[in-house]
Design a protein around this ligand. Sequence first.
Ligand code: HEC
Ligand SMILES: [Cu+2]
Length: 371
Amino acid sequence: MTYASQPTPASQPRAPEDPRARARSNRVAALGIGVLAVVLGFLAGRFNPLLTGSTSSEGVKVDALFSVLLGIGTAIFVVVQGGLLYSIIRFRQKSDDDDDAPAVRGNVGLEILWTAIPAAILTGLAVYSYATLANIETPAPDAITVQVTGRQFAWDFYYPDRDVHSPELHVPLGLQVHLVMHSDDVIHAFWVPDFRVKKDVMPDRVTEVRFTADKAGTYPIVCSRLCGVGHAFMRSNVVVQPENIFATWLYAQQTGATVQAGGQPATPAAAGKAVFEQNNCGACHTLKDANAAGKVGPDLNSIGTSAAKIIQDPGYKGKATDAASYIRESIVEPNAYVVPNYPPNVMPQNFGQTISAKDLDNLVQYLLSQK
Ligand code: HEC
Ligand SMILES: [Cu+2]
């Protein structure tokens, strides 16, 4: 090797590189980038603009927990994916490099660290989650109780103290509301996105949920369990009112069942309209008078007239003898006569059990009056 002793210009002036110093500075750089990623990731998750504010005091606590979870999750995501991306680029195999990769042995310190950190995070989150849950489920002594019934495809809200039913949930501002829920048929779920309230409503057991509305307004109620053809229409509203207005509303419901606004007794047909609305018949039927535009079942705009014609049709196989009994039969026994071009078994089969005899009479009178 004759040329080995000749100093090359590159090796001469520079001190030989210390591989340890280089590894140390690499480690410092990696640590700095990692810390920055954690901070940025946490901030991005914690203060993301995607979640609009909650309007219940429980929801605010749920959101705080959620944003901490999202923040930690985002930070971990950024660190892990960032490290992966860095390694892919920095350590990419050169096209002429056929060597084996260097053998890397385990690192006990690292193993301990990356077991201890997640364990600490998970323990902290478990404690925080439990505390939040216990906090939002604490009963308030002045809570008002409302019984919720879910059925295909409507909600019924019952105020037992006043014996009032309503298709919309009215609640007083700032007071805790205690919902006691069950289903008449299949599994539904009561969901108020603005309140961060969501719970299954089941036929074989009672579920409960509590919330305190912080802001007056109207917020959507959604059924979040696929419960049949009318599922998408199984919606209602929570109306949050100042306490005195809520009390007035409740009083009007209590007395208004038999007396109209003008003080005149309501006609059976007017009472029947409320039954139509309470049972959400409009999810499947069009009826102008009730502002309903459902398309699953037949248009009921002139059912009072068409009912009389149907029973005279030679194709009619039901037992009804006049328009009123035809309408009643269509409601309590929908399959007795299935309207041509419409599917059987789609209209709920249990209205005969869920609608009281008096309400049913009124409902029939109401539909009969639609000519
Ligand atoms: C899930 C959808 C759905 C709901 C909810 C529903 N119906 Fe129906 N309804 C139908 C379908 C589909 C038909 C046609 C098939 C049949 O005759 O069963 C029908 C038929 C009828 C008929 C016969 C119409 C005609 O032209 O002869 C009447 C009356 C009626 N429904 C009233 C009601 C009332 C009142 C309610 C609420 C208590 C209601 N329906 C709820 C789907 C529904
Ligand atoms: Cu439902």
